[in-house]
Design a protein around this ligand. Structure first.
Ligand code: 13P
Length: 253
């Protein structure tokens, strides 16, 4: 049976002091039986070590928001998978729509990064999702299928076992416009079908597919109740301990 995973993508928010405050509050709030639900926080690089130290003894896990595909070298400003592991990360978000839009990341690059992440021992949370104009043109499935096939190209069975997909319709990110549970469910089911075709149905059944895009305490329960939605990737609402806690509680079943 699949378990829900709720991850908080802090984006470019929270300095060290704010990290300490948020992590400490989450530790207290979420010191409950998570019943197999995984909870991950993904602070900026500068806060990873501190968060890792603070999270010792807690069930909350740590992830990063991006990484470079090379192990080391003259790549000014970049961070490798090995460095993330050493900082205490077990997960890394890859191919977020903001990385695709502002940093021109392609499916091919995201695929390369994901393979490197897995080889280093990280679980990638790979983001896909259509733009508003693509949804309006009725090509959501084509766009998402191309993204899924591209980012998972050449993935072995064991690579896929370590992978999480996040469906984040770009028009729902930071806009307050959430996909309806039915809209999200339809795309999640479609992603599972695509993965079933490219790999196996058994693997597709085990694949965790999170929903992201304006997940809030008041819509999380209905979204997470959909059969193919396995938790969420939360932006704005993860920056406050109380709202992230409420969202996590909606995922604990
Ligand atoms: P919001 O929850 O702020 O819409 O952001 C979603 C997101 O981008 C998570 O990665």
């Amino acid at each position: 049976m699949r378990r829900n995973i709720v991850a908080g993508n802090w984006k470019m928010y929270k300095n060290l002091e704010q990290t300490r405050e948020l992590v400490n509050r989450l530790k207290t709030n979420l010191d409950v039986d998570l019943k197999g639900t995984s909870v991950i926080v993904c602070p900026p690089f500068t806060s990873l070590s501190l968060a890792s130290t603070l999270l010792q003894g807690s069930e909350i896990q740590l992830g990063a928001q991006n990484m470079h595909q090379e192990e080391e070298g003259a790549f000014t400003g970049e961070i490798s998978a090995g460095m993330l592991i050493a900082a205490g990360c077990r997960y890394v978000i890859l191919g977020h729509s903001e990385r695709r839009q502002y940093f021109k990341e392609t499916n091919e690059l995201i695929n390369t990064k994901a393979k490197k992440a897995i080889a280093a021992g990280l679980k990638p949370i790979i983001c896909v999702g259509e733009l508003l104009e693509e949804r309006e043109k009725g090509i959501t499935e084509q766009v998402v299928a191309a993204q899924i096939r591209g980012v998972l190209n050449g993935f072995t069975q064991s690579d896929l076992e370590s992978t999480i997909i996040a469906y984040e319709p770009v028009w729902a990110i930071g806009t307050g416009k959430t996909a309806t549970p039915d809209q999200a469910q339809a795309v999640h089911q479609f992603i599972r079908k695509i993965v079933g075709q490219s790999h196996t149905w058994a693997l597709a059944e085990r694949l965790v597919i999170q929903y992201g895009g304006s997940v809030k305490p008041d819509n999380a329960a209905e979204l997470f109740a959909q059969p193919d939605i396995d938790g969420g990737l939360v932006g704005g609402a993860c920056l406050k301990a109380d709202s992230f806690t409420q969202i996590v509680k909606c995922a604990i079943s």
